[in-house]
Design a protein around this ligand. Structure first.
Ligand SMILES: Cc1cc2nc3c(=O)[nH]c(=O)nc-3n(C[C@H](O)[C@H](O)[C@H](O)COP(=O)(O)OP(=O)(O)OC[C@H]3O[C@@H](n4cnc5c(N)ncnc54)[C@H](O)[C@@H]3O)c2cc1C
Length: 417
């Protein structure tokens, strides 16, 4: 065997989007196809190297870094099959969320939901439980119906709906079962969305909380502690709009549209194909923490964090983002068997935001909050065992797939063994 796997590269230093995670891998490889992925993993196993895959680097947690082998699957990209009769789409693991848009539309299909950006690779989005907003809308992980991956023995394995036990582990595995090659997702018939943006005082959100959640396909908002908060997330507030204790509110509902006449691109009110409505952009890095609480406690939880920011942490200026996600069955999903309200806060890079994040973590503990695996959190193995009812079932599957811990790194080993 040669000393480097096929598709190897010399660029071994990796840094994430937020600039808070970096690593220098012993081996960096960009395989071109399944055969090269298998060869790369076997190369690592033979040399006792750990293996991690880098998606598009949009996680804030150390879920990618390794001193072993780092794989980049950006050459394994593209939607490979669509099935409108079964509402299914299949894609290679390195396909970005954005790359699903046009090919699915041509097949009469759309992703059922999307988040704030569409830069993530689909395998990265699935690995961490990435979601959009909508109390009835599941995460990308919950949409996974079949996955083909290379396991810790260097073998290609397929998991499908016939094997619920292993599929529920693979749906949120933070890359710890193996290298995903191809995924099949449950998707929706193609749909248009009408977007309404409004700026509302907090008390208006309080008054219409349940109605906003139940009455719209997608409801989400950013609560701003200060006037300058909107700028930190590039929320396009009009210049005369006071933002302190106000919310930037996004409502999306399905719309019947004849193209091209029905397409509307007015700021604040747009009507377009779903995949063109969802993605926004964040140009300036921030460091985000996100926890999910049972939806029935959502109002209490958000109010507690608002109060915390107004009283004990008035120096923290990033908005609180609030969203909803449907319940699912994945063992490690923050939405495991409960619909959730998603509460996210951010700190400014280069500042000591840790006391604030720790205080948020403390406040949300009483709601049995579970973390987004790609965003900062304070989980320990003991805490996970108490929060995830089927944690042991996940660990059993993980050990079957990766008996020697090839796919663990320093962050995941203490959590998942
Ligand atoms: C600006 C910004 C906006 C965001 N918006 C949202 C949002 O709206 N909703 C939300 O839920 N999250 C959001 N996130 C978080 C983001 O969606 C997740 O962190 C997601 O995992 C990032 O995907 P990625 O492709 O960047 O993966 P990475 O961060 O690169 O990797 C994530 C995990 O996936 C694993 N992985 C990647 N590819 C494979 C593979 N082929 N096989 C096995 N494992 C693999 C990695 O090893 C790692 O463990 C946002 C993050 C940022 C920075």
């Amino acid at each position: 065997m040669s000393s480097a796997p096929p598709g190897s590269d010399t660029d071994r230093i990796w840094t994430n989007w937020g600039g808070n995670q970096t690593c220098t891998a012993a081996v960096f490889a960009r395989p071109r196809d399944e055969t090269e992925v298998v060869a790369a993993v076997r190369h690592a196993i033979d040399r006792g190297l750990n293996v991690r895959v880098a998606g598009s680097g949009h996680s804030f947690t150390p879920v990618v870094p390794t001193g072993g082998m780092l794989l980049d699957l950006t050459r394994l990209t593209g939607v490979t099959a669509t099935d409108p009769s079964r509402l299914r789409a299949t894609a290679l693991a390195g396909t970005t969320v954005g790359d699903f848009g046009a090919p699915l539309w041509e097949a009469g299909l759309s992703l059922t939901n999307q988040g704030d950006i569409d830069k993530q690779v689909i395998a990265g989005a699935i690995a961490t439980g990435t979601h959009g907003s909508g109390i009835d809308l599941p995460s990308f992980s919950a949409a996974l119906r079949r996955v083909r991956l290379v396991d810790g023995r260097g073998e290609v394995v397929e998991i499908d709906e016939g094997d619920a036990r292993r599929l529920r582990a693979a749906q949120v595995a933070i890359g710890s079962l193996g290298v995903m090659l191809e995924v099949e997702l449950a998707v929706s018939a193609a749909y248009h969305l009408a977007e309404e943006i409004s700026y509302r005082p907090w008390r208006q959100i309080v008054e219409s909380w349940d109605e906003l959640i139940a009455g719209h396909r997608h409801f989400s908002f950013f609560w701003c502690p200060a006037d300058e908060s909107a700028d930190l997330y590039q929320l396009p507030a009009p210049p005369d709009q006071p933002m302190a204790d106000h919310c930037y509110v996004k409502l999306y509902d399905e719309a019947e549209v004849d193209e091209p006449a029905g397409i509307v691109t007015t700021e604040g009110h747009r009507v377009d194909r779903a995949y063109r409505i969802y993605p926004g952009g964040f140009d300036t890095p921030f460091h985000e923490m996100e926890y999910m609480v049972p939806a029935e406690h959502g109002f209490e939880a958000v109010s507690a964090i608002r109060e915390l920011m107004r009283t004990e942490h008035p120096d923290q200026r990033y908005p609180i983002e609030v969203r909803w996600t449907a319940a699912d069955e994945a063992y490690l999903s923050p939405n495991h068997r409960r619909a959730t309200t998603v509460v996210s806060v951010s700190g400014a890079p280069g500042t000591d935001y840790w006391p604030f994040l720790r205080a948020v973590d403390e406040r949300l503990r009483e709601f049995r909050a579970r973390p987004h695996w790609g965003k900062l959190h304070f989980m320990t193995r003991d805490r996970m065992a108490g929060l995830f009812d089927e944690f042991d079932a996940f660990l059993d599957v993980r050990r079957e797939f990766d008996p020697n811990g090839t796919f663990l790194n320093d962050h995941l080993r203490p959590l998942l063994t």
